[in-house]
Design a protein around this ligand. Structure first.
Ligand code: PEP
Ligand code: MG
Length: 550
């Protein structure tokens, strides 16, 4: 069933929440509300300062006005009264009171007041987000969510609710929203123009994620066909007793690891016979909290993940915050261009309050089992050195050799790829993040569906830099793993194997295809073509060349 989200939806959903159970404590709800108001005001202050610092004083004033409404007590006092008198949860009280205010604003005879309607909705939505209960009320395990845009936290929440599928107007296939949806096994279709306006709320939908089609007003016959396809998929997805090994036709065993975002896809490692975890994107764990988790909380998650993953290889990346990967409670700077701002390792170096608990939890885990800590978005040797020093200080070690874990650098920024020899002297392994590396090499936003055609890792420039990284790592005798959604692309995996890649980390959805591709290819033939491949001068020529190799 379609659930269409618009600006008022979260408020309607909250307003419709049931009354507090008799035992429900109103005092607790008032306390939750006060905490949410404090969080919302901190966010607004941050936005206001950022805009003011850029000289956008008028824009800053909008958020300062939102902040004043929250500080002024009138709105908040009314919400507190609603909690007490109507016996409501904080969420329901916010929903009801904000919608009442909105009605009064839009009914006003004065245009200035009417124009403030969207502001009051924005404030209400922010409060709900800070209460951490966005549109859950109407989204259930039966839902197909249709939305203009989703955040990674939305996907985590919807995955926990067990939604059937996602249909989004925006969002690139290599965005974190898409990655999370794949990891959580939720079929998703992106870049469906005007989906929110076109798809009727409450309609039964058929979603064909592989072909990118959404059908509504389906005939009985179409519904039968869809059911038959579903049955076939379920049969094909049944776990095989002995998973096939990723061995090439000429007998070379490729290391095939899984990208995971937490416990749910971590469970798949043993089931599908992966060699371990090549990339654990830990930042998504933080989206499940409503405040920064403590060292003990982080440690206990890692222990549970380790138990499910088993004894295989384990590469855990330090939280890669920034861009759109940012929990609601995070007081992280908003840069003019988040992709080029304080993110990844740069952010962690600025914020030992975030790095400290995670690094200590990892050091504890590393005393129980071998693991590699991956450093996200390393740009220069200076950042790498600063990161190593910070980790040593936090773990109480004199130098890198004393660290209880191995150290790996993510190669996602062109400067790191160019300076790979220097970086290799200071780490034990490399992980090439092809999504970001391609984005930064080609100046093509990975999150933007309109840039899909430009975000092309089969461009000769990208292949050459990746080949250079592989050669440098081989010469240094250190492992290099190809990570990212692109490593699951058949043509690209084919090209990377030809260029000498022998270690891949892919998402669960791409795993079976990658095994099949590896088993289909012979490295002896492929390796002989590497030089020819690197001489190609266009993406088109690369594709034509790869097509001829099959
Ligand atoms: C990448 O950039 O390719 C990568 C593996 O990291 P993420 O997708 O989490 O940014
Ligand atoms: Mg990345």
């Amino acid at each position: 069933m379609a659930v269409v989200l618009d600006a008022r939806t979260p408020l309607y959903a909250a307003a419709a929440l049931p009354e507090l159970a008799p035992a429900g404590s109103r005092d607790d709800e008032v306390e939750r509300l006060r905490a949410a108001v404090a969080r919302a005001r901190a966010q607004l202050l941050r936005i206001e300062r950022q805009l003011a610092a850029r000289g956008l004083t008028h824009d800053a004033e909008i958020f300062s006005a939102h902040s004043s409404i929250l500080a002024d007590h009138k709105l908040i006092d009314e919400i507190v009264t609603a909690i007490g008198e109507r016996n409501l949860s904080a969420d329901a009280a916010v929903g009801q009171v904000v919608l009442e205010w909105y009605q009064q604003f839009v009914a006003s005879a004065h245009a200035v007041v009417r124009d403030k309607g969207p502001d009051i909705l924005d404030i209400g939505q922010r409060l709900l987000r800070c209460l951490e209960r966005a549109p859950e009320g109407i989204v259930t395990s039966d839902s197909i969510v249709v939305a203009a845009a989703l955040t990674p936290s939305d996907v985590v929440r919807f995955a926990n609710l067990g939604v059937r599928a996602l249909v989004v107007e925006t969002c690139g296939l290599k965005s974190h929203v898409a990655i999370l949806a794949r990891g959580c096994g939720i079929p998703m279709i992106a870049a469906i123009d005007s989906a929110v306006e076109t798809i009727p709320h409450g309609e039964r939908l058929l979603v064909y994620a592989t072909t990118g089609a959404v059908v509504f007003h389906a005939s009985a016959e179409e519904q039968e066909v869809a059911k038959a396809i579903r049955r076939q998929i379920e049969l094909a997805e049944r776990p095989v007793a002995v998973p096939l090994e990723p061995v090439t036709r000429d007998g070379v065993r490729i290391t095939l690891l899984l990208n995971i975002s937490g416990l749910s896809d971590g469970r798949a490692v043993a089931r599908i016979g992966a060699d371990g975890v090549g990339l654990y994107r830990t930042e998504f764990d933080y989206l499940e909290h409503d405040r920064w988790p403590t060292e003990d909380e982080i440690f206990s998650v890692y222990q549970r993940v380790t138990d499910t993953v088993g004894p295989g290889e384990l590469n855990i990346r330090l939280a890669d915050f920034g861009a759109e990967k940012c929990p609601a409670y995070a007081d992280i700077p908003i840069n003019r261009n988040p992709s080029l701002g304080i993110r990844g390792m740069r952010l962690l170096l600025d914020r030992e309050d975030i790095l400290g608990p995670q690094a200590r939890a990892l050091a504890r885990l590393a005393r129980q089992r071998p693991l590699t800590v991956l450093l996200p978005m390393v740009d220069t040797a200076d950042t790498l050195t600063a990161a190593t020093e910070a980790l040593c200080r936090i773990a109480g070690c004199r130098d890198r050799d004393e660290l209880p874990f191995r150290l790996g650098a993510m190669i996602e920024v062109p400067s790191a790829a160019y300076d790979v020899d220097t970086l290799l002297e200071r780490v034990d392994s490399l992980a090439v993040g092809l999504n970001d590396l391609t984005q930064y090499m080609l100046a093509a936003d990975r999150d933007d569906e309109l840039m899909e055609v430009y975000h092309d890792a089969l461009q000769p420039a990208v292949l050459r830099i990746v080949a250079r990284v592989i050669r440098a790592a081989d010469a240094a005798g250190k492992p290099v793993t190809m990570c990212g959604e692109l490593a699951g692309d058949r043509k690209l995996a084919h090209a990377l194997l030809a260029l000498g890649a022998r270690r891949f980390s892919v998402s669960l959805a791409h795993f079976p295809d990658t095994v099949a591709l590896i088993r289909h290819l012979s490295l002896e033939t492929l390796s002989a073509t590497a030089e020819q491949l690197l001489r190609k001068t266009s993406g088109k020529a690369v594709r034509a060349f790869l097509a001829r190799q099959k």
